[in-house]
Design a protein around this ligand. Structure first.
Ligand code: SF4
Length: 372
């Protein structure tokens, strides 16, 4: 099998007890896989009995019950199950988080999620474009279904999208804008199974002059402040573990005009740090777009990626309005991590974002007005 992954996947190491926002404290539902459950049930010890009594079943899956954090994390922030029985006996999700994987037959992709502060730290100090590499691994072919005819074209388009997002000859907003313009054409070709059209779009998007043409012809018709207000209203209505991020969206809602007025100043001051927004857009496109080879949903994933990067930028501009300066690198990556934890890692919130896009409440025109 071939494994494809970004450079930070290989660099990532969990900082464990040194982590200031340990994922075991988040209060997420931790799925316990069948093998691990079987091991816990076989234990004849106090810890084993405590483990089994903390696990509950829902829709055929088993989860670790938690009230604001994993009950098996000790006072040093370490996993007492791992200390007692070894890493091989903690649930797969605990062993792997924040790594993620996707399989397509004998091809596998991997990455690391932005909900982890160490991943955010790696990207914060990664001013160059993220590099992706491929290597051979010893693993059996996967049997999960996907559209084998469309897969190579969606993959090729995803790779072109990433290279556009990493093309620093254009502003970071305009790079996302090119994807916005291409998404619906790609979706139409995918819906019609039109491989020839997909090839043609791949060719066009590889021509610099064509990208310039999109940027020159694009223009926003909607009032930015009212789009920011509408976006903020949507994000205020989501569910949060902590209310901090919701409060930020309330601030964006209440200061939408000031935010729109300060954007030029923000872009000037933010300057060379804008590689951060590039990394975020690349992350969302890399992680989610290839899933379209299973369900054919291209547009919604491209729009969600663009929305995520644009909204994170708004969170930064909001700080400029609120505190009169660009937030520090640590503050910015704290906001990025919170966005990922609260929104990307919440299936309910992501479903609501996808619904918002599918029902055209976050539509082409709204995103166009943010990007151009
Ligand atoms: S958030 Fe990341 S660095 Fe912190 S404990 Fe979890 S995996 Fe480790």
């Amino acid at each position: 099998m071939r494994l494809y992954c970004p450079d930070i996947f290989e660099q990532f190491r969990c900082t464990g007890s040194d982590c200031s926002d340990n994922c075991c404290k988040t209060g997420w539902d931790i799925e316990i896989d069948d093998k691990t459950l079987e091991f816990y049930r076989s234990l004849d010890s106090g810890l084993g009995r405590r483990l089994v009594s903390n696990i509950y079943e829902e829709d055929g899956c088993h989860y670790m019950g938690q009230d604001g954090g994993c009950p098996f994390m000790n006072e040093k922030g370490l996993c007492s199950v791992q200390l007692e029985y070894g890493e091989e006996h903690i649930s797969e999700i605990c062993r792997e988080h924040p790594r993620f994987y996707e399989w397509f037959g004998n091809y596998k992709e991997a990455g690391v999620g932005l909900s982890c502060e160490e991943v955010c730290r790696l990207l914060a100090y990664h001013p160059k474009p993220v590099i992706f590499t491929e290597r051979e691994i010893d693993e059996e072919e996967d049997s999960l279904g996907y559209n084998k005819e469309l897969f190579p074209y969606i993959k090729k388009l995803r790779d072109i999208f990433i290279s556009i997002l990493q093309n620093r000859g254009y502003s970071v907003l305009h790079r996302s804008g090119i994807l916005l313009y291409a998404a619906q054409d790609v979706q139409d070709a995918v819906d019609n199974g039109d491989v020839g059209r997909l090839k043609h779009i791949c060719g066009l998007l590889s021509v610099e002059g064509f990208l310039m043409e999109i940027i020159n012809e694009a223009g926003s018709s909607e009032d930015k402040a009212s789009v920011y207000k509408k976006l903020a209203e949507f994000f205020i209505g989501l569910d949060y573990i902590n209310t901090g991020l919701r409060d930020k969206f309330q601030e964006i809602h209440d200061s939408a005009e000031d935010i729109a007025a300060k954007e030029k100043l923000f872009d000037k001051l933010y300057g060379e740090s804008c590689f951060e927004l590039e990394h975020i857009a690349v992350y969302f496109i890399y992680r989610y777009l290839l899933k379209a080879a299973r369900d054919s949903d291209v547009t919604v994933r491209v729009y969600a990626a663009i929305t995520a990067a644009a909204v994170i930028r708004l969170l930064f501009v909001n700080e400029l309005v609120r505190i009169g300066r660009i937030p520090s690198k640590e503050e910015r990556w704290g906001l990025i991590k919170d966005f990922s934890k609260e929104i990307e890692y919440s299936p309910d919130n992501m479903d609501r974002l996808y619904d918002e896009i599918l029902s055209d409440r976050i539509d082409f025109k709204a995103l166009e007005s943010i990007l151009f």
